[in-house]
Design a protein around this ligand. Sequence first.
Ligand code: HEC
Ligand code: HEC
Length: 240
Amino acid sequence: MKRLVVLALAFPLVAAAEKGAKPDVAKLPLPVARPVDFAKEVYPLFKEACFKCHGPEKQKGKYRMDTREGAFKITDDYGPSIKAGRSEESAVIHMVAGLVDEMLMPPPSDKPGQSEKLTAEQIGMLRAWIDQGARWPEGPIAEFVKPVTFAGDIQPLFAQACGNCHAGPGAKGSFSVETAAAVLKGGANYPKLVTPGDASKSSLITIVSGKDEDLPAPEKHKLAPKQIELVGKWIAQGAK
Ligand code: HEC
Ligand code: HEC
């Protein structure tokens, strides 16, 4: 009699503690029935919901999702994080649906609006993307998610932040921000400000970060971090 009680108590504990316990995939929301676009739908959702802890700055659980290589990690305890063609065998799907004990992703937070659980529609979208082959193009992503153009993004920003001093005949340092060609041409002392395709080699980024001490007023050249990022993307995409 005593032995039976012990067995009955011990069994569920063992099952729950075992990390490899099979998630109940019958509980997953169904994949959506349409083609899913990685760059427009999947990557932005990962960025919004996961990169805070699994991006360039932090890699909780040694998991990094902003690169293809990182996102497809085979985890030690939960199998493949993303298994192309098989969403029901992908740990990412198990976790966003809360099927893995203590591993709901993103983890719940006490602060409202901080860590929202993914909706059934979002999980269905991710499932469909994985089932459709989990296509993730080679190379860096952030740059192609949204094309940044001079006319649409950079011109309005520069007109407002730089136009007072860098437009018209009296443009300081003979540098004008009025057209993409003028920005690419540079000024009297900076003939090559922009290396299209490579923001890290472009002194324009140093200047708009407020870090060019050779300028008379470096702080007048400093843009907000989001704006600097935008200029960086514009250059990385080829400065069109
Ligand atoms: C607030 C921080 C946070 C956010 C946001 C977050 N995670 Fe996590 N994630 C963690 C932590 C912490 C761990 C490690 C937990 C552990 O091992 O006990 C983890 C572990 C994981 C693992 C397991 C990695 C491994 O190798 O074991 C996966 C997969 C994962 N997260 C996916 C996601 C996905 C997908 C999202 C977005 C939908 C997400 N996470 C959002 C904190 C976060
Ligand atoms: C308040 C006026 C002012 C503002 C605003 C300003 N600048 Fe300048 N900028 C200057 C002055 C003054 C110089 C030095 C010109 C010289 O060397 O004769 C300069 C020089 C430059 C140069 C070097 C040109 C060269 O070849 O000598 C660049 C590039 C530049 N600024 C870019 C910008 C950008 C981009 C912005 C907006 C984010 C901006 N500036 C905002 C005043 C300004």
